[in-house]
Design a binder for this molecule. Sequence first.
Ligand code: AHR
Length: 498
Amino acid sequence: MTLKGVLNADSAKGTISRNIYGHFSEHLGRCIYEGIWVGEDSPIPNTNGIRNDVVEALKQIKIPVLRWPGGCFADEYHWKDGIGPKEGRKRMVNTHWGGVVENNHFGTHEFMELCEQLGCEPYINGNVGSGTVREMSEWVEYLTFGGVSPMAELRGQNGRKEPWKATYFGVGNENWGCGGNMRPEYYADEYRRYQTYVRNYDGNRIHRIACGANSDDYNWTEVLMREAGRFMDSLTLHYYTLPNDDWQNKGPATGFDEKAWFSTLRKALRMDELITRHSTIMDKYDPEGRVGLIVDEWGTWYDVEPGTNPGFLYQQNTIRDALVAGLTLNIFHKHNGRVRMANIAQTVNVLQAVILTEGEKMILTPTYHVFDMYKVHQDAELLDLSLDCGSYRLDDGEIPAVTATASRDGQGNIHISFCNLQHDAEAKVVIDVRGLAAEGLAITGSTLAGGKLDAHNTFEQPNTVVPKPFDAFALEGGKLTVNLPAMSVTTLELAAEA
Ligand code: AHR
């Protein structure tokens, strides 16, 4: 198959916010405990209780923002349980996720320290479902108030005199479901009330985030924008990719057939339609585009790994997940006008994780490598790339064979990323490169490919799916020809100077 396209290298279409490369970490399974927090006394190398290997790996992919403490956990979390001397912190049952004991050893101070170690922005999600307005208001005061106040004093007693900078604050999570089973009209009013007391202290400007829709619940977006749009900075969207629509039988993470490969990619591609339709509603109430759309939970959701706690949502991660990540990031780029942040679920050991751990061992998943290859697009200018995406058919279904995106970074380097969704066929892409002098360009590439549908990394063989140098391209007479391997994610760099 040969696919033709045009890249207008001198036509920029807005900035790709680095925050769409954000992550989400919840008190769920082994994400926070074991995956991130091991405690100061652990034999696993750590800094103030936080795993060094995980921090280093996340810094490598330039994690820009991290959402915490949930998820459904957020609407059951009472932040005061997680401050003060650890031995005195409340022990409770994590009712939502596996019924395990939560000792609250990872709380506000530990999360803010994690963000400091990572060099990323914190995104804290407050509790509307079972918390009070006062509780939420005091959390913001505790985090950000610099003068004399009860919460600033309490923070000082707990060892932190200076306030933190905390920009992103979510007012509830999935309040249509685990966050209180509310109707949109009711939540819109609750949102208006709670956010009133999420105050800006000492020059800290909070970006207020309202709970948005589940998948294609367009009525939720309509009501929220109509009733509360002017009180929010962003509205969220949650969308998960399941191979089968049946939540009791979603399909396995490995050992699947072509049907599941195809249906997973087809469903992941639906993100484009969802963003387009939610954005259309937002445009009606906010034509200037002031309110951002934050996709703060996305990714694949499979049956848990056999033998693991069903409440822990632990799953393997294959080249199929790498393609879901790549094609989804391509979609986010395309919608850079409205989509200002996204947070893949979840960072470590849960759902479409970029990192898996087992005791002191850590592996990087194929999804991690996509985030690594795509970090060059963070804060870059989206370029006008049109591509005949071809078609990949199975039974009566049809999806694009290839999806692609291009951007120019601050140094003038151009990066083009391609996802070849076909598991059994290469794709030849010929791009007419316009608005760019070819002389003196140095082109390099890397590709992440899978030898089989469920190629993945294990603790025994951690390097089965890793990026490899890629040179199956040529630029001649203004035409860039690229031969993409089957089931691959590929990034090319056209460096400004040889
Ligand atoms: O990411 C797992 C769960 O999925 C989150 O807790 C919840 O917000 C969503 O339903």
